[in-house]
Design a protein around this ligand. Structure first.
Ligand code: SF4
Length: 592
């Protein structure tokens, strides 16, 4: 086996201009990936990036960004996950791991500080992420970081994730498939060093104070009870629950899958390292196995496909984690297949909520058999194969399946999906709760301003710091805490304006990456969410009949572009890029 590991020196410039995490990932991809690289070719890079706060032992800092050119979207792809691998990468003395090439046969990458080994993994190939962690857990210390892929990643399912800690999955846009394309089954990392800090004593005190502060937040105890699961009821009340492939906004069996039903069967809380909010709700599935539930996976494998029994949802979620699928995209392709079956567009019979048929189809997707092979390519590709108008209800943006918010009556959230950095994901800007309070019917500049601010904070700052956004977004843990942490960690006093500038730089470089990759296929239409929300009114509930207005959406998109310093096609202007210190991007794009 001809494999090598090469340490690169720390670059202060890179850290000051891009902070870490998503910032490092996009800068590395922009600088080193040739335009048009096949995501499954050895030349593609798979990046595991930490941030300046990762692993330090302060609230919610055990996160890792996993990034690559996406095989699902063809653009920039990333996801974050809580993992001991994040902590260990830093304790081993690194900020990021960049994997390139392809092993000639399945391997494990084992890193212990400066020692790197490429170990044979033939005996693990074909096994689930749970089995892999179990076996590696017997060989390596308890706190070693392990990330792995399941059969979905091995078989290059385009929405395969990287999995850690028995079901914490990251990298929705196919990061697990990129790992599979490199024949890399798992990474084990052990770090034994101290993470260097500018002001260690101050950090120690700030970290303890931060954990204590979180305990005082009014929503803390309810969060510990339900985590994100309380969103089921909120969405049901506000007609934005994905139901039967985003048709209804409400689900008659919502109570069967909500947070209170979950509380009755919950056996424990699970969470990311260094977190005292532990939002993973562990329940037993129909086979008595543990399954970790949150809002997104419950809804996409529940109401969106007509399953109203939480224990059955838990089984589907467990299967998703064992195979290493992204549960959101999985729920989306299943809902799409059910609707195609209902409409008689495919010969396979898959009824809404048909638990046994769903389990079989999930297996077929993992091993790319029959209809499963079509769905394994993602919903955009499946709709291109099936045709017959199915593109209108293939629920994706830029090829990434929509996460769990129906936007028939939420134009601001629709715009958040349309302009997100990776395709239809809410992590950059979860504006829907704000929007409904501010006036869901409005398509105005104030909404655009709020969206951009949220994108800078969540999609820029939190993804670059690589800390969890829930303390701030869900409990009101003030952003000033992170500025203090950043100073104690790096010695630099970053103002909010400086952090916003870095965020803007990162988000603009990501946009430039998409434009560079799509070339003459780039168009503003890529920033428009699925036509179902514009053409087909909600079919049930108090807001039955509601639909988005395409002209008003386009007007709002124009305002968004103008405020971002982008042209009418959503491409950053030369002036915008140069102002952000991205002259190289300005010179590579065809700009007007
Ligand atoms: S709040 Fe949840 S997602 Fe965030 S760090 Fe804690 S366990 Fe992880």
């Amino acid at each position: 086996m001809n494999s090598e590991a090469k340490p690169e020196p720390y670059q202060e410039d890179l850290a000051l201009n891009f902070l870490g995490g998503r910032g490092f990932a996009i800068k590395i991809l922009w600088d080193t990936l040739k335009q048009g690289t096949d995501p499954f070719s050895p030349e593609n890079k798979l990046i595991f990036a930490t941030g300046p706060l990762t692993g330090i032992g302060l609230p919610n800092s055990g996160k890792l960004v996993i990034a690559s050119k996406s095989p699902l979207t063809g653009g920039y792809g990333d996801g974050n996950t809580g993992s001991w691998a994040a902590v260990n990468i830093r304790k081993a003395g690194y900020d990021a791991l960049v994997i390139e090439g392809k092993a000639s046969s399945p391997i494990i990458l084992h890193i212990k500080d400066q020692t790197v080994e490429f170990l044979d993994a033939k005996d693990l190939w074909g096994k689930s992420s749970f089995e892999v962690e179990d076996q590696l857990g017997k060989k390596y210390p308890k706190l070693a970081g392990v990330v792995s892929i399941g059969p979905a990643g091995e078989n290059l399912v385009r929405f395969a994730t990287v999995v850690s800690q028995n079901g914490r999955a990251g990298g929705r846009p196919g990061m697990g498939a990129v790992m599979g394309s490199k024949n890399l089954k798992a990474i084990v990392i052990e770090g034994t060093k101290q993470i260097p800090l500018a002001y260690p004593q101050e950090m120690k005190k700030l970290a303890v104070d931060g954990y204590k502060e979180l305990l005082t937040k009014p929503l803390y105890s309810f969060w510990k009870r339900q985590g994100t699961m309380s969103t089921v009821d909120w969405c049901q009340e506000n007609s934005c629950l994905p139901t039967f492939n985003y048709r209804q906004g409400v689900f008659d069996k919502a109570e069967g899958i909500n947070g209170f039903t979950m509380e009755k069967i919950k056996v424990s809380n699970r969470g990311c390292p260094q977190c005292n909010m532990t939002c993973g709700n562990v329940v037993k599935d129909t086979e008595g196995k543990d399954s970790e539930l949150d809002y997104e996976n419950v809804v996409m494998l529940g109401s969106n496909i007509g399953v109203g029994n939480l224990t059955q949802v838990a089984t589907l979620n467990r299967l998703a984690d064992e195979f290493g699928f992204d549960a959101i995209s999985l729920g989306s392709v299943l809902g799409f297949a059910m609707e195609a079956s209902e409409k008689g567009l495919i010969s396979e019979k898959i009824g809404w909520g048909d638990f046994d048929a769903i389990k079989m189809l999930i297996n077929d997707i993992a091993y790319k058999r029959g209809l499963g092979a079509v769905l394994a390519e993602g919903v955009r590709s499946a709709s291109a194969v099936i045709g017959q108008g199915s593109g209108d209800w293939a629920m994706h943006v830029k090829g990434l399946e929509v996460t769990a918010y129906d936007c028939h009556t939420a134009p601001g959230m629709a715009l958040a999906y349309g302009t997100s950095s990776i395709g239809a994901h809410h992590k950059d800007a979860w504006v829907i709760t704000w929007e409904i309070k501010a006036g869901r019917e409005k398509y105005d500049a104030a909404k655009v301003d709020h969206l951009i601010q949220t994108q800078l904070l969540r999609g820029g700052a939190f993804e670059a710091l690589t800390v969890c956004r829930f303390p701030n977004g869900s409990l009101g843990f003030e952003f000033e805490w992170y500025q203090k942490y950043l100073q104690a960690s790096t010695g630099h006093n970053f103002s909010l304006e400086q952090i916003n500038l870095i965020s803007d730089r990162i988000l603009n470089l990501i946009r430039a990456f998409w434009v560079r990759e799509y070339g003459d296929k780039w168009s503003r239409d890529l920033d428009i969410p699925p036509m179902r929300w514009f053409k087909e009114p909600l079919t049930e509930g108090p807001l039955k009949g509601s639909v988005l207005d395409l002209q008003k959406y386009n007007d709002m998109l124009d305002i968004y572009y103008q405020k971002r310093g982008w042209n009418k096609n959503g491409i950053p202007t030369k002036e915008t890029l140069e102002k952000l210190g991205l002259a190289d991007a300005a010179s590579q794009l065809t700009l007007s």
